[in-house]
Design a protein around this ligand. Sequence first.
Ligand SMILES: [Zn+2]
Length: 409
Amino acid sequence: MERIKTYNFRLYPTKKQEELLNHHLWLSKELWNFLLQKEKDHYNETSKFIEKTELQKLTKKSGLFSQTAQAVCHRLYNAIMKMVRERKQGKNTGFPRFKNFFRMKSLYYPQAGFKLEEKLEVSPFGEIKIKKHREINGTIKTLTLKRTPSGKWFAMFVVYVQKKIPQQNNGPKTGLDFGLMNFATLSNGFTIPNPKPLIKHEQKLIFFQRRFSKKNKKSRNRNKAKIKLANVHEKIKNMRLDFLHKTSNALISNYSFIAIEKLATREMIIKGHGKGINDAGWSMFAFILCSKAEEAGCKVELVNSMNTTKECSRCKTIVPKSLYIRTHNCPKCGLIMDRDQNAALVILKRQPLPKGSGATCKASGSLGANAGPGGSNALEDGRTKIPSLNKEPGNHRDFADAKCGTFSR
Ligand SMILES: [Zn+2]
């Protein structure tokens, strides 16, 4: 059995290489827009979409490395097919968007065109200096060259690794309750403090944001300010990821079983619980925890999050309490305990949600090249889609009738 792993390394291209890399991003943005316009025109004329093979022929004179150009075409075609599927399900999905230069962030090499040794040799950029901060164990399958908003370049490798037989972890079982004051509380009373990277950098962020917005549009100084702002955002993101990785590593190596709540983070943010939830990164944490647990011989289960803070962990009585009451005090059995520890105990004792209800942790395969470390789809059901505005009837064609090319999946 094989599993997918991604490795992310910083690249240090020369000035010339950087110019060429940016030029190729610009070319792929041009190609995307060109193909999208073709698809739109063809659909307006014939109510059909251009077949994939025909679309691929249009990429030949793009000036990009052939496989990268094919990948742009593939991505666009998949986006259109997704739109068709969703339209058939009755959703009001529109065409993919035209992209500007800043929306095109990566160049994808699905099979060939690169070689990794001391440096990274990529066609047509030549040898690029790379910082390999760890060894790759496994077979490299794909490469994505990625530019961050601050202008840094990274090489992301998707690698197939042999799945190890999980070693038995003899640690105890624990329940885990997420919170805002503490990042999480375990059922044994142990707490993990919240590093709050966003809140710590908030003043800095406000300062650079204000500076950026005051600059004249299209001025060089605006670009400089933009990079400084992007750097702060990256710093926050890196701090958060670092904390999540270290915490999940510590948990899976110490415990054999971890129960966590299936959270509806998006709903909570909409209801006004605010940026603290985004800052804590719970869904990202759940995703990282699930993807690492199996190899460490640890089992992670998701449980229903309903009334976990109100229920008594000893007698199951519902004891309502507002946010500022920090102690659980049960009138029936007399249990007095820290509110979060009580919730963690309730979570530990709850039955795991059945597999297939969207509650399973999809560890392998979900860290694809484009998902990257920024993807946070761990708790798919926890995310509720905000309904899009209904268009007036007659504004769009009936996509169910549209004939389209073969589905690639
Ligand atoms: Zn009780």
